[in-house]
Ligand binder design. Structure first.
Ligand code: NAD
Length: 256
C-alpha cells in the first residue's frame, strides 16, 4: 500500500498520466494531478478521483514547458514522495521541415521539465530516506522512427537523465527509472493518426494495423492501466533495488 505517500504526476488530466494517477490513488496514495489548463473540469476530475478512491487529490495547473512552473508545481504540492514525469507532446515531420518552435516545445515539455521537477523534488526525498522518480519515456527512448526527430531525441534524453538521477540518488532510498511504453491508444496517439494517414497515404485502419501496431508484435495496444500498474510496482519494496534502468511495456516492440 502507498498510504501516507504523496504522488505528483505531471500531465495527468488524460491518457497515461491519468491511468498512473488512478493506480496510485487505488493503492492509497494522495495524488497531485496536473496539466497546463485551469478549467473547472480539471478540478472536478480531482474531486471525482478523491471520491472514487477515498484519498486526497488536488489539481495544480502548471505549464511543463516553463521551468519556473515545473518548480512551482513541486513547491505547491507540499510534499512529493513519488514524482512521475509524464507530460509529453508529439509532432511528426521530416527533419528538414521540422518547425523549430515544435522542436523547442517537445524538448522543453518531454525532457527539460523532468530536470526541473527532479531538481526541485530530490532534496526532500533524500532527506526523508525514501523516494521514487519515474520518468515516462517510450519505446522511442530506445529505438527510433522516421519523422519523429524531436520526440525520439527527447525520449532518449530522458532515459539518460533517469540513469544520472539514479546514480546521484543511489543508496539514499530514492530510485529513478524510466517506463518505456509501446503504443497506448490515448489522445496523443489519436492526434498522430491523421498525419500518418497523410504521410503514408493510408486509411485509419491501415495506419493502426500496418504502421503503429506493425512495431508491436503483440498486435495489441498497451493500456494506461498497465502503465499505472508498472508505476505502482516501481514504488513497492520489491523494486527497492531497481534503479537506473528502463522497463519496457511494449508488446515486444524492442525485442524485434
Ligand atoms: P495525452 O496527450 O493523453 O497526455 C499528455 C498529457 O500531458 C495531458 O494530460 C496533457 O494535458 C499534458 N500536457 C501537454 N502539454 C503540457 C504542458 N505544457 N504542461 C503540462 N502538461 C502538459 O498523451 P499520453 O499518450 O497519455 O502521453 C503521456 C506520456 O506518455 C507522454 O510523455 C508520451 O510521450 C508518453 N508515451 C505515450 C505513448 C502512447 O502510445 N500514447 C507511448 C509511449 C510514451
Amino acid at each position: 500500500t502507498l498510504e501516507g505517500r504523496r504522488a505528483v504526476v505531471t500531465g495527468s488530466n488524460s491518457g497515461i498520466g491519468l491511468g498512473i494517477a488512478r493506480a496510485f490513488a487505488a493503492a492509497g496514495a494522495d495524488v497531485v494531478i496536473n496539466s497546463f489548463t485551469d478549467r473547472p473540469e480539471d478540478h472536478e476530475l480531482a474531486r471525482d478521483l478523491a471520491a472514487e478512491f477515498g484519498v486526497a487529490v488536488r489539481y495544480i495547473p502548471a505549464d511543463m514547458s516553463r521551468g519556473e512552473d515545473c518548480r512551482r508545481l513541486i513547491a505547491e504540492a507540499e510534499g512529493c514522495d513519488i514524482l512521475v514525469n509524464n507530460a509529453g507532446i508529439q509532432f511528426v515531420s521530416p527533419l528538414e521541415d521540422f518547425p523549430v518552435e515544435r522542436w523547442d516545445a517537445i524538448i522543453a515539455i518531454n525532457l527539460t521539465s523532468a530536470f526541473h521537477t527532479t531538481a526541485a523534488a530530490l532534496p526532500a526525498m533524500r532527506a526523508g530516506g525514501w523516494g521514487r522518480i519515474i520518468n515516462v519515456a517510450s519505446a522511442h527512448g530506445l529505438t527510433a522512427s522516421p519523422f519523429k526527430s524531436a520526440y525520439v531525441a527527447a525520449k532518449h534524453g530522458i532515459v539518460g537523465l533517469s540513469k544520472v538521477t539514479a546514480l546521484e540518488a543511489a543508496g539514499s532510498g530514492v530510485t529513478c527509472n524510466a517506463i518505456c511504453p509501446g503504443y497506448v491508444l490515448t489522445p496523443i496517439v489519436e492526434g498522430q493518426i491523421p498525419d500518418q494517414m497523410k504521410t503514408h497515404n493510408m486509411s485509419r485502419e491501415d495506419v493502426i494495423a500496418k504502421v503503429m501496431l506493425a512495431r508491436q508484435p503483440s498486435g495489441q495496444f498497451v493500456t494506461a492501466e498497465q502503465i499505472g500498474g508498472t508505476a505502482v510496482f516501481l514504488c513497492s519494496p520489491a523494486a527497492d533495488q531497481v534503479t537506473g534502468t528502463t522497463i519496457s511495456v511494449d508488446g515486444g516492440w524492442t525485442a524485434l
